[in-house]
Design a protein around this ligand. Sequence first.
Ligand code: ADP
Ligand code: MG
Length: 467
Amino acid sequence: MNTDGTNTFDNDKGAQWEVVSGLLRAEIGEAAYQSWLKPMTLRAINDGQVKISVPTRFMRDWIVAHYVDRLCQLWAKENPGIKSVDVYIQSDREAPQTVSRKTAGPEASSAGGHVSNGVTVNKARNDISGPLDQRFTFENFVVGKPNEFAYAAARRVAEASTAQFNPLFLYGGVGLGKTHLMHAIAWHVQKSTPDRSVIYLSAEKFMYRFIRALREKNTVDFKDQFRSVDVLMIDDVQFISGKDSTQEEFFHTFNSLVDQGRQIVISSDKSPSDLEGMEERLISRLNCGLVADIHATTYELRLGILQSKAENLGVKIPPKVLEFLAHKITANVRELEGGLNRVVAHAQLVGREISLEATQDVLHDLLRANDRRVTIEEIQKRVAAHFNIRTSDMHSARRARSVARPRQVAMYLAKQLTARSLPEIGRKFGGRDHTTVMHAVKRVDELRELDMSFAEDVELLRRMLEG
Ligand code: ADP
Ligand code: MG
């Protein structure tokens, strides 16, 4: 058997995948990446054949039609031993296809368990659990001031044999490590106490499954699956809000698990009280456990993360470059990682050393986007100046059209140009309700249609703010 014929799924292959998907991501852009590339899971590399799984048939067909050739080319550059890339469907219902070959030895079988990750010892229950990213472990999580509390809470939950704080509610902005911590809990529990069953799934999937069970009239099975679990983790629970019957089911499942002393971990990009359209009783239940928020990253944490990722990638990167990246890419860890991957991928592709100049060059669009990020305060100042009103009127209760309209414009721009949620925006405008912001956004949209000069005003402001 040649070197690619083994079943070991080592870091090297994970790193190759990271580079290859990083390259393709740079080519196809962020939106396409999120839709097509991100759901792919590298399952194995055997005999020069890369095996990648995706969750649906539709996705597989699309990827095969649009991306697979390019993926294969990029991969062959990374690793000349690669001859083909095979994409297959791994639906939640089917057991994962086996990746082990005829010659699977003891080493291979343990690696196989890793490859088809998301599968725990308890198969019957676990066909409902989503796949786990094998890089998302506690060991790979860099701890700093902004996330130390959430990290400690997650660790405690993972290490304890009984429920600790119920639920543990991980709360933080996009790309700050919520999913990473949840997977880390799952990995840890699976390894240290394999007889305990863990289910990890996104709230979307939870909803989808519930709706399907309703349709197929087997909600009893659905409920049983959840109610016999030791640790239930639901990611991005903000997606459940507003969907009444799912909320109801979630609430019951939740209560019954808590009553039985099972551990629940939930994540959300909003705090419990900011979850729009979430029922009051559910919110108070969520608030009962421990809410651990992950704060925006600091420079030190970003630098630490970059150093650790560089080490994992096994590449030498000048400290100046890492400092530059930590300084410039501040939005979240996902972008930071993406930036680093692109720099590394580019250097390997063109066969040049990584330098500060090359970094600035390769990342020029990403850096611009980060430079451009405006704050709500700046928006308020600019808009107030433009319409000749006082900045304090942005927060005041005055409802005269002359101040109300500019305020609506500022809310509109805040929604467009920042990543803030409606409730957050409302709070910055004198503690207004999120429905007020929603109304403002709608109103400005309507006016832009009706009134050309108004539309130009808004456009001008936007361009000034975007710099
Ligand atoms: P979220 O679920 O909060 O949107 P993720 O958990 O998906 O964010 O994290 C985004 C990316 O950043 C992942 O690749 C994750 O591994 C990485 N990441 C986030 N925080 C850290 C950290 N503290 N140390 C190492 N990697 C991190
Ligand atoms: Mg996440």
